[in-house]
Design a protein around this ligand. Sequence first.
Ligand code: ADP
Length: 487
Amino acid sequence: MTGTRSASEKLFSMATVRTYRGWKAYLLAVLAVLACFTLRAALELIGHFYYLPMVPAVVVTAMLARRGPTLLAIALCIAGNVALVAREGLVDTVVNAGLFLVVGCVIAEICWAQRRMHRRSIELTRTLAGRNAVLDTVLATVPVVILDREGRVRRLTPAAAGLFGVDGPRAAGRPFADLVHGFDLARQGEQASNGPLEAPTGHWIGRRPDGRPLVLSLQMGVMPEASEEDYAAVCVTDLTEAETATERARDLDLQLHQVWRLNSLGEMAATLAHELNQPLSAATTYLQASQRDIERAGLIGQSAARTLELAKGQILRAGAIIRRMREMLTSGKRTVVDERISSMIDDLRPAFALIGRERGVEIRTVIANNDDFVRAERIQFQQALINLVRNAADAVTARANPVVVIRGEALGEEGYRVTVEDNGPGISGDIESIFRPMTTTKSSGMGLGLSVTRTIVENHGGTLTVGRSDLGGAAFTVDMPRGGEAP
Ligand code: ADP
C-alpha cells in the first residue's frame, strides 16, 4: 500500500503544474510581460500588433501564479502599451486598455478554472488508484469467484483457484456446483441475494481434484449493476482447518474423559486394596489363632476349625479380588515414546480455553519449545496437566483478577519442568495430605485428582511437588526426565 501511494503521489506531483508564490511569482509576471514585448517587437517586422502578443504573458502568469501576479502582468501589459504605442486618441487608448483588462481577466479566470479541474482530476485519479490497489490486494489474498446468471464460473481470484486446486482460466465456464457440492444459484438467489449463503448441511463442502474435501462458508454479493456476464461475487472462506482443529479437540476431550475414568477407578481400587489390606491380614491372623485354639477342643472343635478355614479362604479371596481389580485397571498397554512437551500442550489449548471460559479465569501459557523432548504416554501426561490446571482454576475463581500460568522450561540433562501456578489462596497445613486419595475441600470433589496426577508423573519417572507461587497462590511443579531426540 505504501508503495502504491508513493507511486500515485509521484504521478500527482508530475502532473500538477507548479505554482509560484511570493517575489518569484511577481518576477515571473514581469519576465513574461518582457518576453511578450520582445515578441511584439519582433512581430513589428510583419505588421502592427497591440495587445494580442500580450496574451501569452497573461496565460503563463495565470497558469503558474495566483491572482496578484496575474493582475500585475495585465497592468504591465496595459502600461507598456500605453507608454510605447502611439494611439490615435485618448478614447482609443482607454477603450483598448479597458478591453484588454476585461479580456485578460476572463483569460485568467479560464486558466484558473482549468487548473482547478486539472487538480481535481489528479486527485480523483489518485483516489481511484488507491482504491484499485486495495481491491487488487484483497482479490490477491481473498478467495472470490465471479459467477454468471447461470451459476457458471466467470473468473476466480488466484486465492480461490489455489483453494479449489484448479487452473483459473480453465475453470472459467464450469458450473460452480462442480467446485462446491450442492450449490444452486437459482435457489440461493431466492434465499439471499446478498450475504451468507446457507448450506443444506450446515457447511458447504468443496471438491478438489486431489479428492481432499474442503469445509467452506460462502458469502454472496450480487453486482449492483449486473451485466449479462458478471452476475454475482461469491467470497469463499475455508473452514477446513478450524473444523479439523475442533474435531481434534473433541476427540482429545473424549479420550481424556475415558482416561480419567480408568485412572480414577484404578486409584480408587489401589486405595481400597491399600486400606483393606491391613484389616484383611489382621482378620486372617485372628482366624488362624482361633483355629489353633478350637482344634484343641476335640471333634467339635475340628469341625469349627474347618469352617474357620473356609472363612479364612474367603477373606484371602476378597483380598485377591481387590488386587486383581487394581491390576486390571492399571495394567493397560502403555505406549511411552519421545514426545514434545510443547506439542502436547498445544493440543490442550482448546481444553484450557474451555476451563478458563467456564470459570472466568485467564489461563496463560509460557512454554519454551527448545529441548522439550520427554519420554511420555501422550494422553496420560495431558491428563496430569489438565488435572493441575483445573485445580488451579478452581482455586482462583474467588479472586478479583483470577489467573493461572503454565510455564515450561528445559532443564538440559535433567529433563523438562512444567509449573502450573495460580494467584489463589495456596496450600495451607499439611502439604502432603492433598496428594492422598479421597482428600478434598470441594463440595463435589472426589479427592482423586492429585493422587492420580502424582501416580501418572511417577509412572513416567518424574516428580510432582507443590510450593508457593510468586503470583501468591500454589505452584505445582512437574519434573519430567529427558527423552531422546525424536526424528
Ligand atoms: P479434588 O479436586 O476432587 O478436590 P484433588 O486431589 O485434585 O481433588 O485436590 C485435592 C485438594 O487439594 C483440593 O480439594 C484442594 O483443596 C487442594 N488443591 C489442589 N490444587 C490446589 C490449588 N492450585 N490451590 C489450592 N488448593 C488446591
